[in-house]
Write a protein of this length. Structure first.
Length: 191
């Protein structure tokens, strides 16, 4: 009897050994793809806040340009007067060199002022775009959650898009409501 049990046990163990084990791995849940398309170029072109940024930068650039042109004209006139004085021998070599150095210093100061203004314009634009991007991210996230989206692509990344997937109009409308303009601290003319 023990012998039969032993054989039975061996057969059972061998049977288990040759029986393929089918362990099912827990497969991740398949999430349906819900996507949308967003035209960021259009947002940055058509949003009211973006247009305000362009307006601010352009108005400051125009003011800077006019001021720079006046300064350049004054420097050209001063250079011409200095050359005329030198040609008429109205100045000694020492006085001419002194006035030439003063003129060169004025030119350097003018160039420095132009560089500062360019930097100021870049900072003005950056501050405005930062405000726009902050609110834009909030609006896109709000639309994403409301529509249950799990992927938003830029329109530039696609060859063809069904217009029903485009959320640009909705995002643009909400962005304009939430941020109709930008307020940029220090947007006064610098220098």
């Amino acid at each position: 009897m023990t012998r039969i049990r032993g054989i039975f046990l061996v057969v059972a163990l061998l049977g288990c050994a040759f029986t393929p084990l089918t362990v099912r791995a827990q497969s991740p849940e398949i999430v349906p793809l819900k996507l949308a398309i967003l035209d960021l170029n259009r947002i940055y072109r058509d949003a009211a806040a973006a247009q305000k940024i362009h307006e601010l930068v352009n108005s400051h650039a125009d003011a800077y340009r006019e001021d720079t042109q006046r300064a350049e004209a004054e420097l050209r006139n001063a250079d011409k007067l200095l050359a005329d004085k030198r040609a008429r021998a109205a100045l000694s070599a020492e006085d001419f060199d002194k006035q030439r150095r003063e003129l060169e210093l004025r030119v350097q100061e003018s160039q420095k002022k132009v560089q500062e203004r360019r930097r100021s314009l870049a900072q003005l634009q950056a501050r405005g775009l930062q405000q726009l991007e902050t609110v834009l991210k909030q609006v896109v996230e709000q639309v994403r959650v409301e529509r249950g989206l799990n992927l938003i692509l830029r329109s530039e990344q696609t060859a063809y898009v069904d217009p029903a997937l485009d959320i640009t109009d909705e995002v643009l409308r909400r962005l304009d409501q939430k941020l109709p303009t930008v307020s940029v601290d220090g947007d006064e003319n610098n220098g």
